[in-house]
Design a protein around this ligand. Structure first.
Ligand code: FA5
Ligand code: MG
Length: 425
């Protein structure tokens, strides 16, 4: 059961996005606020820190991998973010019951269409078009918590690099990509492809180990170009579309920060969409995480700032210059609590926090810095459930007055009452 908050009408009505009409249904949960960001493309804004990191990553891949003087990788940084569930999930072997598909985590246009939740959504179509080495760069959309490192839109750089036997083992004629028992022209006859933790059952250990070595080497090379010497560690990971898989964490601000996920592309995907005689690695990294660490930017919302005090620190700077963000000034926070009784049929477990976060973001706009669940409570007699959230307000460019905050807070209360049928305590 999902709560009905949205200002977009839900069923049998039409929603126009970038000139295309979509029929809405019970899955529709994109909000006008989210749609208003759709053509912003911060990663292409010259002088935006995200764009600078994007350019440095592209330069690294262009210059490190060339064939007869021209770059091996092609770059796609303007692909439409409106994708099908087939692109975002099915093509990538993500099972129907996988948690990443749930409505409370994605922005759905309707049951079969969503705003991509990762750039990997474009992997199969680009493989199908015949490409073997490519970067996919752009914004991705996820419904998430609200704090200084989370914003519903962030940017990813995804990549695929595939190689045939003669490219991976140019000097060694007797090394193979595939096990002798595997017939690459009949990939579907090979089951249980990921039961062995070290490799896919179709691949040889030699090919897997060499591609793992290249993958890690290429990504560490990038991290080194960006950060110089920095502490890092590889963590074993799981993705439905790669095996084996890893995440890279860097040590930043006394914490381990995950910056990317990667692995060896599942052969089922390659065989279906692309060359059936290749092995490939893939990775996806977050531009915000890298830019925040690289330039010491304390709050993810600053990426969206139009304030000249922020932008001037990056504009017209040499790409490789060492820039450390200096806060223009720090304005005070203002925290107001909101407590409400849930309607009788809802419990603490069935109330969707992400619906509430979206409502707060929609009504409060960018002055909402954080929303945290402060307290929950079940009345012993009435069995009704009550929740209390703290909403932290802060303007990035000036001091908010208490009266101003109270006015916005009141609007959030009113919207919550009508959206969720709650009773303010
Ligand atoms: C993915 O999105 C995979 N598609 C990555 C991948 C691609 C794996 C190809 C294997 C092969 P994940 O959800 O972990 O994985 O996100 C990848 C990166 O995006 C993270 O490491 C992080 O740098 C960034 N990221 C993820 N969630 C957020 C967020 N809420 N805010 C900012 N950055 C994020
Ligand atoms: Mg991850």
């Amino acid at each position: 059961h999902r709560l009905k908050y949205s200002t977009v009408p839900k069923t049998d009505s039409k929603l126009s996005i970038n000139g295309t009409e979509f029929v809405t249904d019970d899955y529709t949960n994109v909000t006008p606020k989210i749609l208003s960001y759709l053509n912003r493309n911060l990663h292409l804004d010259k002088g935006n820190p995200l764009s600078m990191v994007r350019q440095r990553i592209v330069n690294y891949f262009y210059s490190s991998f060339t064939h007869r003087g021209s770059p091996d990788f092609s770059v796609y940084d303007n692909l439409s973010p409106i994708v099908s569930t087939k692109q975002n999930f099915d093509d990538l072997l993500i099972p129907l019951d996988h948690p990443s598909r749930v409505k409370s985590d994605c922005y759905y246009v309707n049951r079969s269409t969503l705003l991509r939740a990762h750039m990997t959504a474009h992997q199969s179509e680009l493989l199908r078009s015949g490409l073997d080495n490519f970067l996919m760069i752009g914004p991705v959309y996820r419904r998430d918590e609200i704090d200084s490192t989370h914003f519903p839109i962030f940017h990813q750089v995804d990549a695929v690099r595939s190689q045939r036997r003669d490219q991976l083992f140019p000097k060694n004629e007797d090394l193979e990509l595939f096990e002798p028992t595997f017939d690459p022209t009949k990939p579907h006859t090979f089951t249980n492809s990921i039961s062995d933790p070290t490799k896919q059952s179709c691949h040889t250990l030699e090919a897997t180990k060499l591609i793992e070595h290249q993958l890690k080497d290429h990504l560490l090379g990038l991290i080194k170009v960006l950060f110089g010497d920095i502490k890092y560690r590889w963590v074993d990971a799981y993705f439905p579309f790669t095996h084996p898989s890893w995440e890279l964490e860097i040590y930043y601000n006394n914490n381990w920060l995950e910056v990317l996920g990667c692995g060896v592309v599942r052969n089922e995907i390659l065989a279906k969409a692309g060359p059936n005689n290749s092995i490939a690695y893939a990775f996806g990294l977050g531009l915000e995480r890298l830019a925040m660490a690289l330039y010491k930017i304390p709050d993810i919302r600053l990426m969206w700032s139009n304030d000249s005090g922020f932008l001037s620190q990056f504009q017209n700077k040499d790409l490789n210059a060492k820039i450390t963000y200096k806060p223009v000034s720090v304005y005070p926070q203002c925290t107001n609590d909101i407590s409400f009784w849930l309607p009788g049929h809802l419990s603490i477990d069935t109330f969707m926090s992400n619906d509430f976060y979206d409502l707060v973001r929609d009504v409060g706009g960018d002055i909402v810095e954080q929303v945290k669940l402060k307290d929950k409570f079940e009345h012993p007699k009435s069995k009704k459930h009550s929740l209390c959230y703290s909403i932290v307000y802060r303007h990035l460019e000036r001091t908010l007055t208490q009266a101003e905050v109270n006015r916005v807070h009141k609007e959030i209360e009113t919207a919550a009452i009508s959206a969720f049928n709650v009773v303010i305590r």
